[in-house]
Design a protein around this ligand. Structure first.
Ligand SMILES: [Zn+2]
Length: 132
């Protein structure tokens, strides 16, 4: 792995900070929904263990939380890759993701070329995925 402990630590702090921000957004949005079950859930947002937080929200079908929930899942996945020692490696091709990219997107799991390829195939629709 090309990342130093110091880099990893800095990126980890960024991820944790962002997660905390997102938890507040989720918390407030749940409260504002004025739905009893969601308001209940809001009370658990800050107590939930890291792993169960995503599960907690899986049952929340609030369209305007989609982006936050997805980003939180990405953050959890990135933190797990840090624990597993695979953080900073592209999940598709295994090369090291450049540090500048990780600084800009700490949740990045693909190197830029792989991400671009993926977005190309997405644009072309499901059937455009190469069968390699
Ligand atoms: Zn790659």
């Amino acid at each position: 792995m090309a990342l130093s402990d110091k880099d990893i630590d800095r990126l980890r702090q960024q991820l944790l900070k962002r997660r905390e921000q997102l938890r507040w957004v989720v918390h407030d949005t749940l409260l504002e929904s004025k739905r009893e079950d969601f308001v209940d859930l809001a009370g658990q947002v800050h107590d939930a263990a890291e792993e169960s937080f995503a599960d907690l929200l899986a049952g929340v079908n609030l369209a305007h939380l989609d982006r936050e929930v997805k980003e939180l899942a990405d953050i959890e996945a990135a933190l797990q890759r840090i624990s597993a020692g695979t953080y900073g490696e592209c999940v598709d091709c295994g090369t090291d993701i450049v540090l500048a990219r990780l600084d800009a997107y700490p949740t990045a799991k693909r190197c830029q070329p792989c991400q671009a390829r993926r977005e190309d195939s997405k644009r072309g629709g499901r059937d455009a995925t190469p069968s390699l």
